[in-house]
Design a protein around this ligand. Structure first.
Ligand code: 0O2
Ligand code: 0O2
Length: 212
């Protein structure tokens, strides 16, 4: 069966655009209220035709089952400043009524063998098309800046040099992922301490004013 890829992928492109607006809107809302935003930035990608075809082969996915069985045709990525922010974004998504969550995979606390960490959510999104409403699957990967740094470089190293990966490189990449995670933990700790110091200072100011 020959596929009209442009037509098939159009709803996914549309969904990616709509979701970038929604997610960047969340960041803006926090900023307008002078609050810490758990979202640093958002990117998206539509799976390439070559990558779709490779995955169809690898997973034995038929063209008829493609849009149900391939959950990441539309992929969004949310980068968070701190570790806690990843779970705050997960909560924000769970509370929304414009999505129906289909699955969640926590690779933050259960890292993959490669060292990969991210929180993956797949949800069903009702898209409004000229032909009516259509529910499509969207995947969101939520990760910290440090996790993104590691995953971006590891992906590019794997992609560029797939055949010359000696076992010790895998180990070194795993170790690098551990280092990135320690950095995340330390930055989160500093963030908590500063937030607590801020709260104490606010309290002291209130007390001072109360005494006057
Ligand atoms: P802003 O003001 O930086 O948030 P588009 O959706 O058209 O705006 P496009 O071309 O589809 O963007 O690209 P993509 O990959 O979806 O998103 C790119 C966005 O991610 C850009 O935002 C980049 O600034 C942002 N981005 C990518 N890498 C980084 C990074 O390391 N740090 C930060 N802070 N942002 C990054 P915009 O659109 O320029 O808007
Ligand atoms: P793309 O289009 O390049 O983003 P599968 O897709 O079959 O490999 P599965 O079980 O469907 O795996 O999904 P999984 O493992 O939950 O998520 C797959 C996606 O997570 C990948 O997309 C990557 O974006 C990311 N990912 C998973 N493991 C790793 C890893 O070890 N390193 C890096 N850098 N990223 C990883 P694809 O398949 O690369 O597609």
């Amino acid at each position: 069966m020959s596929q009209n890829w442009e037509l098939l992928l159009f709803p996914y492109q549309q969904a990616a655009k709509e979701w970038k607006v929604k997610l960047r809107g969340i960041r803006k809302e926090f900023q307008l209220q002078d609050e810490h935003s758990p979202i640093e930035f958002v990117t998206s990608r539509i799976k390439s035709v070559a990558s779709i075809q490779e995955k169809m082969k690898r997973r034995n996915i038929t063209p008829e089952r493609l849009t149900e069985d391939m959950e990441d045709l539309c992929g969004l990525r949310i980068m968070c400043p701190f570790l806690d922010d990843v779970y705050e974004v997960v909560q924000l998504l769970r509370r929304r009524n414009d999505v129906e969550i289909v699955s969640e995979r926590d690779y933050v606390n259960n890292e993959k063998e490669s060292g990969y960490r991210s929180y993956h959510i797949v949800f069903r999104y009702p898209l409004q098309l000229v032909t009516g409403q259509r529910e499509i699957l969207v995947e969101i990967q939520i990760r910290t800046l440090a996790m993104n740094f590691w995953a971006t470089l590891e992906h590019s190293l794997n992609y560029k040099h797939p055949d010359v990966f000696p076992p010790d490189v895998h180990q070194r990449l795993q170790a690098a992922s551990e280092t990135a995670f320690k950095l995340d933990e330390e930055m989160s700790q500093i963030h908590h301490e500063l937030a607590a110091a801020d709260a104490d200072a606010d309290e002291a100011t209130k007390d001072d004013k109360g005494e006057q």
